[in-house]
Design a protein around this ligand. Structure first.
Ligand code: GYE
Length: 310
């Protein structure tokens, strides 16, 4: 009897262990990533791959090289492979309804991470896990308002047209500077979130502007564009960080060095090690299917040269 009970217990225990490990092993997640347009994104990709390994997740990774068509293909491939869940970092906000309906029909939950989607039916995704881009724009605007005492002609380098961070960072920034009658954006153009894009836009602007002294600051929607702009300004004999107030978003290592050198003044940190926030949400949902709030926010903080040196 006792032996039987003991054996029974051991067998049940072993079965549970086995079930536990096989179900953890069996989780397959498809991750459709935008591309590798700047320094932030490959850092996040690596984090997602490392964290997946730690969690025992079989991660199917697809890099769309900045193309929405590639993301649509990747999602359809994930559906065909019958993954357990899909994580989508969408390049732009529009164009997702149909493919997300297909995922829903296949019973595969979709989570958006980082960028947002604009879909009519919010039940097409479980939740979005990301920083608050609007707040990042506000933090950048507030820093510039303070640094310029509320008087500033601004050059704005926008991110990829139609991408959530480009839309929201602009909105947040404008919400703050509109409170200051002497702060205005005098030039705004997309640099597509790349170093080369930022450099090109700034070069063209320098060439076409007679009185650069009228410009007080540059707000770039990401650090890479700002780093490109800084190169262009230095090549033209200008002194970014000294004669021009330079604020951007991401706080990548190259920007940290640039802040410490004094060529830029402030950057809002966009955390890249966010797999540890994302996967637990996905895994928990796969277990209990409990409805989640539509947005799980990851905090953002502003850094200046003073904090970059620490
Ligand atoms: O700021 C930028 C990247 O989607 C919020 O995309 C992200 C942005 C990030 O290319 O560097």
């Amino acid at each position: 009897m006792i032996l039987n009970k003991l054996l029974g217990g051991a067998v049940v225990g072993a079965a549970l262990l086995l079930a536990g490990s096989t179900s953890a092993m069996a989780v397959t997640i498809g991750f459709s990533q935008v591309g590798d347009e700047g320094d932030w994104r490959p850092a996040w990709t690596k984090d997602m791959q490392d964290e997946a390994k730690k969690e025992g997740i079989d991660l199917k990774f697809a890099d769309a090289q900045g193309k929405e068509e590639e993301q649509l293909k990747a999602i359809r491939a994930f559906i065909a492979q019958k993954v357990d869940a899909i994580i989508l970092a969408p390049v732009v906000v529009t164009g997702w309804d149909k493919v997300l309906e297909e995922a829903k029909a296949a019973g595969i939950p979709v989570f958006t991470a980082d960028r947002d989607v604009d879909v009519k039916d919010k039940s097409l995704f479980v939740t979005r896990i990301s920083a608050d881009f609007n707040l990042e724009g506000k933090l950048a605007g507030a820093w510039l308002a303070q640094a310029s005492k509320g008087t500033c002609n601004i050059v704005e380098l926008q991110g990829t047209t139609g991408a959530a961070p480009a839309i929201e960072r602009k909105k947040g920034f404008e919400a703050v500077i509109s409170q200051f009658p002497a702060m205005k954006i005098v030039k705004t153009q997309s640099g597509d979130f790349t170093t080369e894009g930022g450099k090109k836009v700034m070069e063209a602007f320098i060439k076409s502007t007679d009185n650069l002294k009228d410009i007080c600051g540059v707000f770039a929607h990401n650090d890479n564009m700002q780093l490109g702009a800084i190169q262009a300004m230095k090549e033209a004999g200008l002194k970014p960080g000294v004669d021009f107030k330079m604020v951007s978003v991401d706080y990548v290592p190259a920007m940290k060095d640039t802040l410490a050198k004094g060529d830029a003044n402030a950057s809002v940190e966009l955390r890249s090690a966010i797999g540890k926030y994302i996967y637990p949400v996905v895994l928990q949902y796969l277990k209990d299917k409990k409805e989640l709030p539509k947005w799980i926010v990851i905090p953002s903080d502003l850094h200046t040269a003073a904090t970059a040196q620490n």
